[in-house]
Design a protein. Structure first.
Length: 257
């Protein structure tokens, strides 16, 4: 491997390297000066995916072993990009995390389709479906646990997720509100408004991902000890969602979570 030597870089590569080193450091310092505790809490919350990996290892070992690290890395890189002031990329990572979370639940009972998908097959596009689970989110709405959840708390999980997904998709498709650049400024810069929007999106993705897992792997989740159930539900935060899961899955968890 060649040894890196900044002075030997070609002109444009050197300019890009020097300029990015400067604005990245500025953004990291500005972000952590204002939000170090918040970032720490967000990073702590995604440690729950280590819990899920252990919970699912016996019954869904191969699929969970391959997809959960990707889910974790999407969330981790989202925080990394946000600290750099790259809010567009940070939100793109969140959409990817949400998609992979949904796919994990779907593929857990569709191993053949998972093999096809890993091989790069896009069979689902032949029926004009955008996702492996078919039209819209009907597959998930047909799951008994999801039906019970909707009835128990009157919250439409798969009515909220499509709207939220559209919000994240704006960053993928380049809506004007998600541009990296601003008039008279090219380099990304720490922006408290953009940071707050990203932070809210980050928390919502963790809420949705963990709720999807609890419902999609309800049998495994119910079999876990109460401390494990508490640790997972705690990440969801939303009181309505947590109470809905408690009621619909008949969880024996006393006190506040």
């Amino acid at each position: 491997m060649r040894k890196f030597n900044e002075n030997k870089l070609p002109t444009l590569a050197k300019i890009m390297y020097n300029s990015q080193q400067k604005w990245v450091q500025e953004n990291w310092k500005a972000t952590l000066a204002a939000h170090a505790n918040g970032i720490n809490a967000l990073l702590d919350s995604i440690g729950v995916f280590d819990v899920w990996k252990k919970v699912l290892s016996n019954k869904y070992g191969k699929i969970s072993k391959e997809l959960i690290p990707e889910i974790f890395m999407d969330s981790y890189m989202s925080a990394h990009f946000a600290c750099m002031g790259l809010y567009k990329q940070a939100n793109v990572c969140l959409r990817s995390q949400l998609e992979t979370s949904l796919r994990l639940v779907y593929f857990s009972t569709h191993p053949v389709e998972y093999k096809w998908w890993c091989e790069g097959s896009t069979w689902y596009l032949g029926s004009k479906f955008k996702d492996v689970w078919g039209p819209s989110y009907q597959y998930f709405e047909m799951l008994e646990e999801v039906k019970c959840f909707h009835k128990s708390c009157n919250l439409g999980l798969f009515k909220s997720i499509p709207d939220f997904y559209k919000t994240l998709s704006q960053y993928v498709h380049g809506s004007a509100q998600s541009f990296l650049t601003k008039p008279n400024r090219i380099s990304p810069k720490y922006n408290i408004g953009e940071y707050k929007k990203w932070e809210t999106n980050f928390k919502d993705v963790q809420k949705y991902s963990n709720t999807i897992f609890v419902l999609g792997f309800a049998e495994v989740f119910r079999a876990e000890d109460v401390p494990v159930q508490r640790a997972i539900l705690k990440i969801i935060k939303d009181k309505g969602y947590k109470n809905g899961l408690r009621k619909s899955l008949k969880l024996r968890i006393s006190g506040r979570i």
